[in-house]
Ligand binder design. Structure first.
Ligand SMILES: C[S@@+](CC[C@H](N)C(=O)[O-])C[C@H]1O[C@@H](n2cnc3c(N)ncnc32)[C@H](O)[C@@H]1O
Length: 240
């Protein structure tokens, strides 16, 4: 059974995920940086650095949310970054951010579903996703469509939470993720479930080798996994 934010709700995972991110969009950036002590910013920067040697000019940021990964991607000096997301609330905050920073001419924030991308085959030099794939309703479908819109030789870079497996990080992580984070998350975001869904969806996500296998199954090659900060997150890389 798929892990969903609102267990009592009959809506699909995709509808529930969009609703949840709409609900927390105003507090999302603050909670992200507060709950991770700012480490999420370093993780995104490191992931983008992996693309430096490839100098991608056309970049697609899937599950862009409020656009932080798209902004980091500007370090690569691209011609265009397109961000797509299914949450209108997250996109609205992202669009305001781009306008305020004067980046709306280079970062284009659009409504879009990773499982049904409205782009031609072989369009982008790089496809990037941070903390998005865990939320897909159909993971393989989302990854296949990312592969489709990537040009041959193009790179995919994905950052996602993973589970530390060694003592004492595993125990510390479990305590923080299951007991501290949901309480602060609920208090600040006022959403009953979002920060309970977070650890549950991380636990259900096929991280590490299992994720590399799925990337291979949908057609990516030269896949690699780079664990970050004791394995709390991982960067996955692949090529079309
Ligand atoms: C945790 S946020 C990550 C946002 C941003 N990438 C970041 O690093 O802060 C996850 C985002 O994934 C989006 N999302 C989930 N499923 C999606 C899908 N099928 N297609 C596009 N976006 C999706 C959600 O709406 C949400 O904005």
């Amino acid at each position: 059974m798929a892990v969903v934010p609102y267990k009592e709700n009959q809506a699909s995972k995709k509808e529930q995920v969009a609703e949840m991110f709409n609900n927390i969009s105003h507090k999302y950036d603050f909670l992200n940086h507060f709950l991770s002590l700012g480490i999420d910013i370093l993780w995104r920067k490191k992931a983008i650095r992996m693309l430096k040697p490839h100098q991608p000019k056309q970049i697609l940021d899937i599950a862009t949310g409020t656009g932080d990964f798209a902004i980091e991607a500007l370090a690569l000096n691209p011609d265009r970054v397109v961000g797509v997301d299914i949450s209108a609330g997250m996109l609205e905050i992202g669009k305001q951010k781009m306008e305020k920073k004067g980046l709306d001419h280079i970062i284009d924030m659009q409504m879009g579903d990773s499982e049904k991308l409205l782009f031609e085959d072989n369009t982008f030099d790089a496809v990037i996703v941070s903390f998005g794939v865990r939320n897909f309703e159909n993971l393989k479908q989302g990854l296949s469509d990312m592969h489709r819109v990537l040009r041959p030789g193009g790179k995919v870079v994905i950052v996602e939470f993973s589970q530390p497996r060694t003592f004492p990080m595993k125990q510390l992580y479990n305590f923080y993720f299951k007991s501290i984070l949901p309480v602060i998350g609920k208090m600040v975001s006022k959403d009953q479930s979002a920060y309970t869904y977070l650890p549950e969806s991380v636990a259900a996500f096929p991280d590490g080798e299992r994720f590399l296998n799925i990337l291979g199954e949908v057609g990516f090659n030269k896949t690699e996994c780079k664990p970050l900060t004791f394995g709390i997150s991982s960067i996955y890389i692949g090529q079309k």
